[in-house]
Design a protein around this ligand. Structure first.
Ligand SMILES: CC(C)(COP(=O)(O)OP(=O)(O)OC[C@H]1O[C@@H](n2cnc3c(N)ncnc32)[C@H](O)[C@@H]1OP(=O)(O)O)[C@@H](O)C(=O)NCCC(=O)NCCS
Length: 87
């Protein structure tokens, strides 16, 4: 039976997703974008953001870490990070 969307978001999805056009990668855009999302989330009253990436997605892992992501662990082939927003 398929899992409800809310369960998927809480396990492998997370609060935030991003993708950068291939020709614009490795220029800091994903890191900048994710850092800018954090105060927006705080303004919405969200105390911490769940951000996940595939185990082999080094670029995404670095992006999350550069925005203050703290690794919680791995679940279903994903790394799970939390970013405190300061809310
Ligand atoms: C993952 C993705 C969003 C990164 O975007 P980006 O704009 O290139 O990332 P940045 O330029 O901000 O780089 C962030 C860090 O990751 C590193 N990085 C980026 N791509 C990398 C790669 N392919 N391999 C290793 N490191 C990489 C950068 O060097 C940088 O490291 P630093 O903080 O130590 O300087 C982009 O590769 C992408 O769109 N991938 C396809 C979609 C995707 O995987 N989305 C994320 C789903 S969880």
């Amino acid at each position: 039976m398929p899992r409800p969307d809310a369960v998927l978001l809480a396990t492998v999805g997370g609060h935030v997703g991003y993708s950068v056009r291939p020709s614009a990668r490795r220029r800091g855009f994903a890191s900048d974008a994710l850092r800018h999302v954090v105060p927006v989330a705080a303004g919405l009253g969200i105390e911490r953001l769940l951000v996940t990436c595939d185990l082999d997605n080094l670029g995404s892992a670095r992006t999350i870490e550069s925005a203050g992501g703290e690794l919680e662990g791995e679940l279903e082939g994903k790394r799970r990070y939390w970013i405190r927003t300061g809310a």
